[in-house]
Design a protein around this ligand. Structure first.
Ligand SMILES: [Zn+2]
Ligand SMILES: [Zn+2]
Length: 138
């Protein structure tokens, strides 16, 4: 295989962008990718930049989804806690014999509700940390 430009010189590799055979003088390497010197270098740089942006975008999206899933999970737990409190309260007031069950439901409900409120509080504090600090006035 000979170089695309220099037909008498042996090629050392192929351009990953346009596929031309390249000799030692014609080849360039951008982030470990072989390409035409001066001709396809810019394309590889743009492609690499695009890839880096894509990775960054994906990471940001994942953080957003994880945060959202946590909030929804916490919301469900809190809703279940309120439901347990309601059911426990109703059971306690309507049946004398269901008192023990009602107490247990209320206990679990209170624990879950406390956990939910604590997580909400923690999430709000975490959000406050990400905002830039306000400079003190004199
Ligand atoms: Zn060449
Ligand atoms: Zn090329």
């Amino acid at each position: 295989m000979k170089c695309y430009t220099h037909s008498e010189v042996d090629a050392v590799g192929f351009c990953r962008v346009c596929g031309r055979a390249l000799c030692r003088d014609c080849v360039a390497e951008v982030s470990g990718i072989c390409c035409c010197k001066g001709r396809c270098e810019a394309s590889v740089k743009t492609w690499k930049q695009y890839q880096a942006e894509l990775v960054q975008y994906r990471a940001g999206f994942r953080t957003f989804v994880e945060g959202f899933a946590r909030s929804v999970g916490n919301l469900i737990v809190t809703a279940v806690a309120i439901l347990l409190l309601l059911v426990g309260g109703i059971a306690k007031s309507s049946h004398e014999e269901a008192n023990a069950t009602g107490n247990l439901l209320i206990l679990v409900g209170v624990v879950l509700l406390a956990r939910g409120l604590y997580l909400f509080y923690k999430a709000r504090r975490a959000k406050k940390h990400t905002t830039p600090p306000v400079l003190p006035h004199d």
